[in-house]
Each structure stands twice: as structure tokens, then as C-alpha cells.
Design a protein around this ligand. Sequence first.
Ligand SMILES: [Zn+2]
Ligand SMILES: [Zn+2]
Length: 122
Amino acid sequence: MEWTQEQRAVIYGNYWAQEESHCPDDNAVLDVKFQYEGLLATCPRCRKTIHMNMNEDPKKDTFRQWTAVEINEMGDAHFQNKSSSCPVCQRCVDIDATSFSGMTVLNLSCQRCGNKHEIKSK
Ligand SMILES: [Zn+2]
Ligand SMILES: [Zn+2]
């Protein structure tokens, strides 16, 4: 039996909230990978595999773009050696810093809600 839309939403939501989801049929811990802008979940027990993307996120209606203030705060936190959680979905934000020609560029991205932003500091 295929996983229903509701089961998929639970799998998707639990993964982001707890980094762990269980197979709705046999309760095995699913093997989840981030792939193609979404999650690929495979059950090691029954071998069911599904790919889900942001459209199946149970919280997608709350997703919006980061504001300029939020972006600045995440940039500031990075330089204070603090990690930031996404102001939209509370997922830990990935920050990639590169420096060139006397400038540091931060690439902020959130895997869950898909927000991305580049900050250039002088
Ligand atoms: Zn299973
Ligand atoms: Zn987010």
C-alpha cells in the first residue's frame, strides 16, 4: 500500500522537527537524504521509497521570505559565533562564508523553507 498524503506530511514534518521519521507501516526508522530540493525517504525494512518536497510540508502555509531585519540578525549572529535558526521555520540555517578581495560574503540558506540570501560585508 502506498503511503497516503497524510502519512507523507507526517514523515516530512517529523524529519524536520526531530531529524527522524518512522515508516507508517512497520515503524522502522527511515533513511532520509536531502536530495533535489527535497527529501528522499527510504524504509530499510519494507523498502518503500518516496521523494517529497516543500509542497508537502505541513507548515508550508506559514512560509514567507526572510525580512531584511532577520537577514541582518543572522549575519550578526554568524560573526558572534552563534548559529541561527530560521525565523520562518525554526530549522538551523546553513551559512557558508567565503572571503575574497577584502570582503566576506555569507550565503545563508534554509533547507526546509527554501529561503536563500547573500550578504556582502565590507
Ligand atoms: Zn517500512
Ligand atoms: Zn526556514
